[in-house]
Every structure is written in structure tokens, then in C-alpha cells.
Ligand binder design. Structure first.
Ligand SMILES: C[S@@+](CC[C@H](N)C(=O)[O-])C[C@H]1O[C@@H](n2cnc3c(N)ncnc32)[C@H](O)[C@@H]1O
Length: 274
């Protein structure tokens, strides 16, 4: 199952494509900044804006150690490490993302504070209670064993640590239109209603669970991307280079699913009890 999920997200020379897009947009490729990569390395609905807003609510202190489960090419990890002067360990199941992520961390001089390893969020390679906080942005749509995923997150967090989650939850509006970024045809898709997600988080032991619906904000982001694409104005450096040739269809369907209530995007913040 790992291979199929990772093939959905990224195959081939992802790093080469990012470097090529950097060159095409006039950026140097031997060194860069966390800010310069923002258009391409926050690989989720609304990109960097969502990460910023999520970060605004996270109780992170300088020197903290965080885990980013399903970190992609590491934009959110680098941003949080820089913003809070903390360290972030990222884990992702897609090999070319791990390669690209670590290379981009080195280009931004963040390699000592952001480390990315290859692995499955359902089996975290970290000791118990290693982290002061954790987050997972737009990953759980592909997680078959949600209970195991949440139990693993809980296990590696220290008592009192936060866990933040963003995802496309399942709505009541009927079957999901495909392709979407997480699945071309419904395979390896494991959407869950927000209510079910909260129940599973509680069962894993999390408390103080705060849920917000993010659908309207995501729609704005998808519509903006579709407008730019229609005008041929998409920037050279953007997440469409990670989504691949089906980017327009995936973006349109992601928006359509929200509009018709087939998906219900959410953001959750919760805590491991002290
Ligand atoms: C939409 S991308 C989000 C990437 C990153 N969180 C971000 O926001 O920039 C989804 C990511 O989840 C990863 N992923 C999916 N299933 C995973 C699993 N079981 N374990 C670890 N990573 C996984 C994919 O490889 C992909 O990088």
C-alpha cells in the first residue's frame, strides 16, 4: 500500500522539477531562503496561508522539538523551525519528497533544525514521548488505519503536547468526484467524517479537542488557483508542479467536492493530557 500512496503523491525527479521551476522564476539554486520556497513547498489547500494560520494557534516555544507526520517536501517544517526557533523532525512515505525536502533544507541552511526521514505515519520510528508537539497537514485522507495513526502520534508526544491536524473530511453530499490530489480514482482513499475523526482522537487519548471547518477558506484558495490557470498566469514555482499534469482536474474536483458537501475540510487542535 505504501508504494501506491507514494506514487499518488510524487514520482520521478521531484527535486529536479522544483530546481528547474526555481531557475525559471529567477531564483538561485545553490542557496535560497525559507520565504522564497513558500509558493511550492506548502503542499496543501491554500498553501502557506493555511500553515501560517495553523501556526498562529500552536503553543510552540524556542528549543521545542516537533514532529511533522506526512511532511511532504518540508515547507511547513522549515517555516515552523524558523518562526519558533525550534527543531522539526519530518517523516514522509514518498521517497522523492524526502530527497527533495532534505536538499531544500540544506539550501536554506536549515539542515540542522529540520530532518526528514522516509517512513509511514502509522509506524513512527521515534521513542515514546519524544516531542513537544506534532502536526499532520492533509495526510490522513490516505490513512487506512486511522486508530493506529492517532495512537502513534499520541505515543511519541510528551504529556501536555499539542497535536494539530488538517484534512478533507467526508461529507454527506454523495460520492467524491475524482481525481483529487490524494486519489486518482478512489483507491487508497480513506476519508472519515469530522465527527468520526474526533471520536477516534478521543479514543487515542487526546483531549481539549477543538475543531474548525475550513471549507469556505479552501474554496477561495482553489478558485484563485483555477482563475490563474484559466488565464495562463500560474507562477512557474507553484504546487501544481507537484500535482502533475492532472493539476487542473484535481483542483477543480477538490473545489467541487467542497461546494457539494461531498468533503468537509477541517482543522483540529488537541492535546495529550498532562
Ligand atoms: C498533501 S501532501 C501534504 C504534505 C505536507 N504535509 C504539506 O502540507 O506540505 C500529503 C503528504 O502525505 C504523505 N503521506 C501519505 N500517506 C502517508 C503515510 N502513511 N505516512 C507518511 N506520509 C504519508 C504524502 O507522501 C504527501 O507528502
Amino acid at each position: 500500500m505504501g508504494d501506491a500512496v507514494s506514487d499518488q503523491w510524487g514520482t520521478g525527479d521531484v527535486l529536479g522539477r522544483v530546481l528547474e521551476a526555481m531557475r525559471a522564476s529567477g531564483l538561485p539554486t545553490d542557496s535560497t531562503t525559507v520565504e522564497a520556497l513558500v509558493p511550492v513547498d506548502h503542499f496543501h489547500a491554500r498553501g502557506f496561508k493555511s500553515t501560517q494560520e495553523l501556526a498562529d494557534n500552536l503553543p510552540v516555544k524556542p528549543g521545542d522539538r516537533l514532529v511533522d507526520i506526512g511532511c511532504g517536501i518540508g515547507g511547513p517544517a522549515r517555516y515552523l523551525a524558523q518562526r519558533f526557533d525550534c527543531r522539526v523532525e519530518g517523516i514522509d512515505i514518498t521517497p522523492p519528497f524526502v530527497t527533495a525536502g532534505n536538499h531544500l533544507s540544506a539550501l536554506t541552511g536549515m539542515q540542522d533544525r529540520v530532518k526528514i526521514v522516509l517512513g509511514d505515519g502509522q509506524h513512527l520510528p521515534y521513542p515514546d514521548q519524544s516531542f513537544d508537539g506534532g502536526y499532520s497537514q492533509h495526510v490522513t485522507m490516505n490513512i487506512a488505519d486511522r486508530d493506529r495513526f492517532f495512537a502513534e502520534a499520541f505515543r511519541v508526544l510528551r504529556p501536555g503536547a499539542f497535536f494539530a491536524l488538517t484534512e478533507h473530511g467526508l461529507g454527506q453530499g454523495g460520492p467524491v468526484h475524482h481525481p483529487v490530489p490524494w486519489s486518482d480514482d478512489g483507491s487508497h482513499e480513506h476519508l472519515m467524517t469530522p465527527e468520526d475523526t474526533v471520536t477516534r482522537l478521543k479514543a487515542a487519548g487526546f483531549e481539549r479537542i477543538r475543531l474548525s471547518e475550513t471549507g469556505p477558506k479552501y474554496l477561495e484558495g482553489y478558485r484563485r488557483m483555477m482563475e490563474l490557470a484559466a488565464k495562463g498566469d500560474l507562477p512557474r514555482l507553484g504546487v501544481h508542479i507537484l500535482l502533475g499534469p492532472d493539476a487542473p482536474a484535481k483542483t477543480r474536483n477538490a473545489a467541487w467536492n467542497i461546494e457539494e458537501g461531498r468533503t468537509r475540510p477541517i482543522e483540529i487542535l488537541c492535546f495529550r493530557p498532562v
